[in-house]
Design a protein around this ligand. Sequence first.
Ligand SMILES: [Zn+2]
Ligand SMILES: [Zn+2]
Length: 345
Amino acid sequence: MNQSAVQLQRHSPNGEKLLFSRENRVAAPSLDTVQQVDNAEREFRRASQSKSERWTLRTPTKRDIIRRLENVSAEDASRLKQCCSSFRVLTCGEHTLRSYPTFRCKKLFCPDCAAERATRLGNQTEAKIREVMKTTSGRLCFLTLTMKNAATLGGGLARLKKDFAKFKRSKKDWKAHIKGYFGAFEYTFNPKTNDFHIHLHLIVLRGKFWNQSDISDAWRDVTGDSFIVDIREIKNTHKGVKEVCKYPMKPADLMTMPDDKFLEVVKMKKGTRMFVSGGCFYNVKLDDDADDADDNIFSKFADLTEGDACPFCKQELFDVLVNRQQHIGLHELNAIPSVVKTNSS
Ligand SMILES: [Zn+2]
Ligand SMILES: [Zn+2]
């Protein structure tokens, strides 16, 4: 285990030790500890009890992606390196109220930015769906439309978008059953066949019942060659939304791509539209441009600033700049989750 990770754990037998003090405010972080950070991250995931977090052990770390990127695009590699390398933390010394990175690259393939984006979009979307469902009747369903594998990501995506637009216009199929929809594209890469599998995950509000084989037939009519679809009722709105708002691409797929495909993904235009919505969910506008969005995930503390009193212990709050490794330490110390728990109980 990495030395610093050990120290962090020693500091926190019960997760309630002082994290920072005014005196030990950290100087600007350096980037030469990236490997150490990787180790600390791996250790943190390993210690975690959640199955999904253990699974991410097998996925490449940000460092692996940066290493690969360095051979392809030095500029993108350096942005990815800077992304989330330091964080501003608002703390009283005991409680962490807000933390956000000083720089985000907002790249589609950045694991940090993808995770942030998935959380933010999921929260926004779930709230809006619940709002619409108050006044509109129907069954909330999870619908997946798939496309035959495509040689290029851009080509496959363009084709799926075009066919979906056509599909929505059909009066006897789509319009007769679906009151509203929103969704996101997802890509996987198959190294054996060297092509992309692109599909569209949708949450739809279904009026009249529409069975899977009829959807499949209708989808084949539009695409000519693709007919694999899946529809199921959503029992848990939160889980359904999470499924749609998850990462568009698994980091593991990035590592199995040959250079030309990897380059295509890396160079994909910023702002390439990843989301669709319409009908009664027309207002579910997925704001994918986080340029001016606050990265702070604990928005209930968004109004607090330096000098205010900590809502938990009344000590004065101060801002501190921490590096990535120390930020992982914060999670390891369980400081952030414990604050959230305290507040909701
Ligand atoms: Zn990033
Ligand atoms: Zn406090």
